[in-house]
Write a protein that binds this ligand. Structure first.
Ligand SMILES: [Zn+2]
Length: 279
């Protein structure tokens, strides 16, 4: 009997909290992916609005993800910002073709960022050289377009900093976010020193994510962002469900507790940072 009662109590408390937050603050989910189904996207955007997620970044990375992000942005242009790019899995095609495609999409749509781009040596170490070339080329494109970048990095700390340092910058200084941060505070320092913001997803709420929590305490207020990375990585207490932008409140609440500030303050800080970076 006891576990059932406990579950009901938790559910009730979460519902009550959610209602209270909705009236009190605005949230910015800085990283969400969408699927091809228009109705599902419309539903997720509506639930986001009623959960106080008044702005979000729809992020591409492949042909399918880019198309779905465009669709989300078209459905609610005032709330949704757009990032289009080619992620680390797009190394199978000739680099020039991929770049020409991304360049064309940036000409066709009004984007707030280039992304997601970056390196992942956990899943595909054998494509490291091609990943680096694709990453560097899109950093140069972002410089040319004067847009911030949305960067993924996993098990590639030195290479990420190496590529960032190799690209010559002509326009405004390099800016962007390292999304879904899972690294050490020391790596966060290297990224902060290069001018980047650092974004935390639901991973920070996971039981074994002590190192991520140490980094989430370390990042200063003016560089901190929050995200869902939906449809992946639903935060505790929703772990295992399909994630969606409305759930960013749970990460906001957790981070506020961790950093010993009110959730209203955490929401206001991260919202302002995201607007400064992406609009
Ligand atoms: Zn992503």
């Amino acid at each position: 009997m006891l576990p059932v009662y406990h579950t009901c109590t938790e559910t009730f408390n979460l519902a009550a909290r959610q209602t209270w937050y909705n009236d009190a603050m605005e949230l910015y989910d800085t990283h969400a992916h969408f699927g091809p189904n228009k109705d599902e996207t419309a539903g997720a955007l509506a639930r986001a609005q009623s959960a106080g997620v008044t702005r979000l970044m729809a992020v591409g990375g492949s042909e399918d993800l880019n198309a779905a992000a465009v669709q989300a942005q078209t459905q609610n242009p005032s709330a949704v910002r757009l990032a289009l790019g080619a992620d680390r899995d797009q190394t199978g095609l000739p680099l020039d073709d991929v770049l020409a495609n991304i360049r064309r999409q940036h000409a066709d749509y009004s984007c707030a960022a280039v992304g997601e781009i970056g390196l992942d040596f956990h899943y595909a170490p054998e494509t490291a050289a091609n990943q680096r070339a694709l990453f560097a080329a899109q950093l140069a494109l972002a410089d040319e377009l004067n847009l911030p970048v949305v960067i993924h990095t996993r098990e590639a700390d030195d290479s990420t900093c190496g590529v960032l340092d190799e690209v010559p910058w002509h326009g405004s200084s390099l800016r962007g976010v390292i999304h879904c941060y899972t690294g050490t505070p020391a790596f966060a320092r290297r990224l902060l020193d290069r001018g980047f913001m650092v974004s935390f997803s639901g991973i920070v709420t996971f039981r074994r994510a002590e190192e991520v929590r140490a980094s989430a305490k370390y990042v200063p207020d003016d560089r901190l962002l929050i995200e869902t990375d939906s449809p992946f990585l639903a935060p505790v207490p929703l772990r295992g469900q399909a994630n969606e932008p409305a759930f960013v409140i749970h990460t906001a609440r957790f981070l506020a507790d961790l950093r010993q500030v009110s959730v209203e303050s955490l929401a206001a800080i991260t919202f302002a940072n995201a607007v400064a970076l992406f609009g």
